[in-house]
Design a protein around this ligand. Structure first.
Ligand code: ADP
Ligand code: MG
Length: 404
């Protein structure tokens, strides 16, 4: 994916409409409270792009969605706390407007000078946002000279403030480019689906195989090996006629798992042992058993030690690893061993030159909790978007951007 970034265009004196991901957690849902941002990770993540644009003489019109408002009446989802935090971080004024588009916005934008920063109201206060309404997209485009897309988490949806506004700015001759955050995602995940370094090993885990069967299918065509752990391994066990006890399993997906095993059997690697528990609970009794010894009244909640070792062997020569989905129920410490073992092993591989990319919301949270996130080559910020990209689907918010 050869997309232009802010570095490839002239931003001096330009008004830039920057679609960021400021969908941050807030301290309260009660509009009567003083609402603050409780985790500013996503605001911090946008800084490289914002600082670059400011240092190079652009004026910034920032926009983002925040939560899932049904209408502007959901006043607890106004962008004011975000503007306050951003202003604190940057040490300069951020003008928060109370509309997404409209007279107040047009007037404020008309007076903008390089270095000025405006934050528009929550884009999802507009009913046209998720419908990619052309009038809303045009009204946003009318505000600016260039479009900068930096919200990977919404890149798989064509919304008015993502794909729509980018197209409308291009239609009037303006550039539509990626910010640094989106550029990093495009580089890392793009490599995982086209011309990856080899050996290329994918690790798939998590709960639901139905969410990821397309990803597995697509990866089997590109990756040398696909290692399967987590809850989805049970569906493969069942497809092989193994007893899985009370383990999570998607019976509807058994035929698909069977088909994948038949077609790609030599590329798919399943656990050889699992940690079984007598209930889905942090304090459940557990033991490690071979996969042909799962008791009828127990459930597999993690991969076992022999599997960690086997997977480590299958990963040891990899040049590129993409990992999506935890190896077990990491919410319970007793069943986080598999994820921790694989995570530590991969962190070590990065030191010796292997590129390791983590995709998926729960996977990202798990490596963060283990203190391994910084060690990985790339931890994707977009759960749904990274999955769709790995499925081989074009992401409208990326496709629309100017090619290099
Ligand atoms: P991601 O968000 O990284 O794509 P998923 O949402 O697919 O990952 O899966 C994460 C969930 O899978 C976690 O809530 C975890 O508890 C669950 N999970 C992992 N292994 C098992 C298992 N063996 N049985 C039941 N649930 C599991
Ligand atoms: Mg998830």
């Amino acid at each position: 994916m050869n997309k232009k970034t802010v570095k490839d265009i002239d931003v001096q004196g330009k008004r830039a409409l920057v679609r960021v991901d400021f969908n941050v957690p807030l301290s309260s849902k009660d509009p009567a409270d003083t609402i603050t941002v409780t985790d500013d990770t996503r605001i911090m993540a946008a800084l490289p792009t914002l600082n670059y644009l400011l240092e190079n003489g652009a004026a910034l019109i920032l926009c983002s969605h925040l939560g899932r408002p049904k209408s502007p009446e959901d006043t607890h989802l106004r962008m004011d706390p975000v503007a306050a935090r951003l202003s604190d971080i940057l040490g300069r004024p951020v003008t928060k407007l109370d509309e997404v588009v409209g007279e107040s916005v047009t007037a404020a934008v008309a007076d903008m000078q390089p270095g000025d920063i405006i934050l528009l109201e929550n884009t999802r206060f507009e009913a046209g946002e998720k419908k990619n309404n052309p009038e809303l997209a045009q009204a946003l485009a009318d505000l600016a000279d260039i479009f900068v897309g930096d919200a990977f988490g919404t890149a798989h949806r064509a919304h008015a403030s993502t794909e729509g506004a980018a197209k409308a700015i291009q239609a009037k001759g303006g550039a539509a480019v990626a910010g640094f955050l989106l550029g990093k995602e495009i580089d890392a995940l793009g490599r995982a689906i086209s011309a990856p370094p080899k050996p290329y090993v994918a690790i798939m885990g998590g709960a639901k195989i139905s969410d990821k069967i397309q990803v597995i299918d697509n990866l089997l065509a590109i990756a040398d090996r696909v290692l399967i752990g987590g809850g989805m391994a049970n569906t493969f066990f069942k497809a092989q006629g193994l007893e899985i006890g009370t383990s999570l399993c998607e019976d509807e997906a058994v035929p698909q798992a069977k088909k994948l095993m038949e077609e790609f059997g030599d590329q798919i690697f399943l656990p050889v042992d699992v940690r079984v528990a007598d209930g889905f609970a942090a304090d459940a009794n557990y033991k490690d058993v071979a996969i042909n010894e799962i008791p009828a009244d127990m459930m597999a909640l993690d991969i076992g030690p022999a599997t960690i070792e086997a997977f480590a062997g299958l990963l040891s020569d990899a040049k590129l690893v993409i990992w999506n989905g935890p190896m077990g129920v990491t919410e319970f410490p007793a069943f986080a061993n598999g994820t921790e073992g694989i995570g530590k092993m991969l962190a070590g591989q990065v030191d010796s030159g292997t590129e390791v990319i983590i995709g998926g919301g729960d996977s990202a949270a798990a490596v963060k909790k283990l203190g391994l996130a910084e060690k990985m080559s790339h931890v994707s910020t977009g759960g749904g978007a990274s999955l769709e990209l790995l499925e081989g689907k074009p992401l409208p918010g990326i496709v629309v951007l100017d090619d290099k």
